[in-house]
Design a binder for this molecule. Structure first.
Ligand code: HEM
Length: 510
């Protein structure tokens, strides 16, 4: 009798689940929106969940299949999502109608994800953003330039031996080491020495968290697509032991400052000042403690991964394109001559071709393949639905809205011969012809990348230093274009990025 009751209960639960999934799968059909037909459980994300497709490929595929529509629906597992294909509409949502799209469209339950990137777009996000902005803009770059350049020179030094022997180098990992050290020195005021120490604790811990496996990808897909269900299943983006590492690291950084009375206008100082101000005002749950650790983690994980990928792809592209490499180097040499061999922010301004090279790199390989927003106030998309008056009224929390940055960057309608590396697309006269909101490696609007200016200064400084000293060549392991790793959330190379490096004026290595 108990067995029959259990079986009946299980069948009733199964029937409820199927009805629920069917209702979810018919979400966009019922709203009359052009959409991709979803599978019952996986929606349109089966290949993505199984690590056969990266996020960029998933969205490029949806972008292609929804051609002809400004807006279309698809499903991430059983969660309905919206794809914005039309750049003008993307600009409207991200910039002009920001008040209706203040969130990221993902509700993190992890305390360690209370960072500026994931915070909901409320007063806490605004306070944090306004407090940090001065440190990341042109004033911050002027203040930090000396240190950024010092780090670039350390990288040049580390590469001396491989360059003398004309060795093969995997630049993605090398750039990650470089960026971790730069973040340590410039944002936290500590020396991680990851470039020198191949057994570095910080590198090992952060690599362990990023490393992709089949199961991890399924877990991440659940956490991103259906966070409530993932939470009910006891899943977390950041495992308690990983969170503990970042708490410990943050406490060490703060203690180091207090012990040595370090006072510099860097990120940690800005955050500590904000926490102290809130504590003085008697505000509980302020920006100290867990919030501080969350920002440290954001920088060491997300910030590091994005800058390292952009720099590594750039070196890889220059190795595969000798003419563009030579043109960049000639301009670096000329600018340095003009500035008496002193690299400065003014000297960087005389190297516009490096900006073009970096822009074209970020067009081909935007580290974040999409920009996502959550609807925070009901919003009407006119002319989107085939039903009734043709309007689609999106309710708060109904579906994340995704702008497929990578797909727009590779659409031949906006960038002819999209797979070719052509920095001249970004020459001032050509760049002004680009359709607005078709090029957005740093996102757009009030939630655009906080680190944009500093990242560009760091990347340009590093390129100038490397090109003035070394030459880059393809190696037998250079794969061009390089395959992407479908297990990673951010755009990353699957098998690393291999090049050969040699001192300048040497004959190319065979
Ligand atoms: C090449 C390097 C980088 C690229 C391509 C990049 C790209 C992006 C993109 C696409 C977004 C989302 C923007 C949007 O939703 O409109 C973003 C957000 C953000 N990025 Fe970056 N990023 C880079 C480096 C960094 C670095 C080094 C930091 C370190 C501080 C950083 C901090 C942030 C923060 C805090 C946000 C969230 C801003 C907010 O929600 O208010 N990024 N980034």
């Amino acid at each position: 009798m108990w067995g029959a009751a259990l079986l009946a209960g299980a069948l009733a639960l199964l029937a409820w689940c199927v009805a629920f999934l069917r209702r979810r799968a018919s979400h966009w059909r019922a709203r009359g929106l052009p959409h991709l037909r979803p599978r019952l459980l996986f929606g349109n994300a089966l290949a993505y969940a199984l690590s056969r497709q990266s996020c960029a490929q998933l969205l490029e595929d949806a972008y292609r299949r929804l051609a002809g529509h400004a807006l279309g629906g698809f499903h991430l597992l059983w969660r309905p999502a919206l794809l914005v294909r039309d750049p003008a509409l993307a600009g409207r949502l991200l910039v002009h109608d920001f008040e209706s799209f203040r969130d990221r469209g993902y509700r993190p339950f992890d305390p360690m994800l209370q960072d500026l990137f994931f915070l909901r777009g409320d007063h806490r996000w605004r306070t944090l953003r306004e407090s940090l902005e001065p440190g990341f803009g042109p004033k911050g770059a002027r203040y930090l330039f000396f240190l950024l350049d010092e780090m670039a020179l350390r990288l040049v030094k580390v590469l001396e031996t491989p360059a003398e022997r004309c060795l093969e180098l995997e630049v993605f990992e090398q750039m990650q080491r470089f960026v971790i050290d730069t973040v340590g020195t410039c944002a936290f005021g500590v020396e991680f020495e990851t470039m020198l120490n191949y057994d570095s604790f910080v590198l090992k811990e952060t690599q362990r968290m990023i490393s992709g496996s089949f199961l991890k990808k399924i877990k991440k897909t659940l956490l991103l697509a259906v966070p409530e269900t993932a939470r009910a299943m006891g899943m977390r983006f950041v495992r308690p032991e990983d969170a503990a590492v970042f708490r410990w690291l943050t406490a060490e950084i703060v203690a180091h400052r207090r012990r040595n009375n370090v006072r510099r206008g860097d990120l940690i100082q800005l955050l500590m000042a904000l926490a102290a101000k809130e504590a003085d005002a008697g505000q509980k749950d302020g920006f100290g403690g867990e919030m501080l650790s969350a920002q440290v983690m954001l920088l060491l994980m997300l910030g590091r991964q994005k800058v390292a990928a952009a720099l590594a792809f750039c070196l890889h592209l220059l190795a595969a394109h000798p003419e563009e490499q030579t043109r960049a180097r000639v301009q670096v040499d000329a600018a340095l001559r003009r500035h008496h061999q002193q690299l400065s922010l003014q000297a960087l301004q005389d190297m516009p071709y490096l900006d073009m090279v970096l822009s074209e790199t970020l067009r081909l390989h935007p580290p974040m393949s999409n920009v996502t927003r959550g609807c925070t106030a009901a919003y009407t998309f006119r002319g989107a639905s085939r039903l009734g008056d043709g309007c689609l009224r999106l309710q708060p929390g109904e579906a994340p809205v995704m702008v497929p940055v990578c797909a727009l960057h590779r659409d031949p309608a906006y960038f002819p011969q999209p797979d070719r590396f052509l920095p001249d697309r970004f020459a001032p006269d050509n760049a002004s012809q680009h359709t607005p909101y078709t090029y957005m490696p740093f996102g757009a609007g009030k939630r655009s990348c906080l680190g944009e200016h500093l990242s560009l200064v760091l990347m340009k400084t590093t390129l100038a230093r490397l090109l003035s000293r070394y030459e880059l060549f393809p190696s037998p392991r250079t794969e061009y274009p390089s395959p992407v790793d479908p297990r990673q959330l951010l755009l990353s190379p699957r098998d690393g990025l291999w090049i050969k490096i040699s001192n300048r004026h040497w004959l190319p290595c065979d």
